[in-house]
Design a protein around this ligand. Sequence first.
Ligand SMILES: [Zn+2]
Length: 352
Amino acid sequence: MAQELSLQHWIQIKTNRNFYSIGEESFRNRYGIIYVMERIIAVDIGGTQMRAASYADEGIDPIKHKRIPTRAFEPGGLDRLFQVIRDVWPENAKVKAIGLGSPGPLDPHTGVLLAPPNNPEWHDLPLIREISDHFGVHAYLDNDANLACLAEYRYGAGRGHHDVLFITVSTGIGGGVIIGDKLLQGYHGLAAELGHSIIDPDGPPCSCGFKGHLESFASGPAIAKFVLEEIQSGAKTKMTGRKELSARDIAKAAAEGDALAIRAYHRAGTYLGIGVASFLHAFDPSIVIFGGGVSLVGPLLFDSFHASLKERVFHPRYLEDLVITTAALGDDAGLLGARALAEMKLENRTIA
Ligand SMILES: [Zn+2]
């Protein structure tokens, strides 16, 4: 274990007496040198739950983990956030940094939440200042899709790749882009909003209020909306009479051979292919990783996606050795991405 600790750790211990401590997370070697373990705390602020975890330098399993309801519409959200961080704070280790992920839009450069959905109390909240003032350590913030991308790049399906495109298809469509081992954040911190790419300016309304964005064609609710409209127009299906449908209901009907359900997924896959063709032209990644519940349906979505993509890239070279796969990390991607963000910031790895 001692061999794993660098000279930098030793100098840090020598120069900062506050970090001296003896406990389960510190140890003394045979020369009497006390080593202090270091941790990163990661926080994933979701719409329904907040999760926090503390991580050692090695391994992807947290040392401590805590999950509480977000209760977004109730006051006191910041106090709940402080508490969940305290709950995973190590007793005898130094916290190097705190990484946080939240739904956007937000500004990762200033650490301000702009307008988090379902949480009016947090509009324009300077979250990073609040956290670093309260805990006295560096804190870093980015949106949940960028962090899921970073997690897959560092610990999941994208390991070994330097140019990664991540797309999450669920209630909405989110994106993340790594170029040359750097997370693309953009001048305003608003880069890689792939779901809001304009596919058809006269297309269906998007959740953001504009029309014809990729999300309005291929997200779970978009697939359901298409099916309900087709039912209203008299399409034949075993789902006739249903007033509400989820993408999962439709996948189930498709598995039973329902033509409308199959057509709805094929349509979504075709539009995803249109979107991804443009993303390949813009970013030229070596891997495209799909996350989110809708992407779990497999060939029902991806057969038409592959056909559509192949048809629309303007040069076949974009597809040479291109890996197209699904995310490997599941639920923990948000936490691991927040951890990766903090680690990469501490390593002074510039973010594009
Ligand atoms: Zn939109």
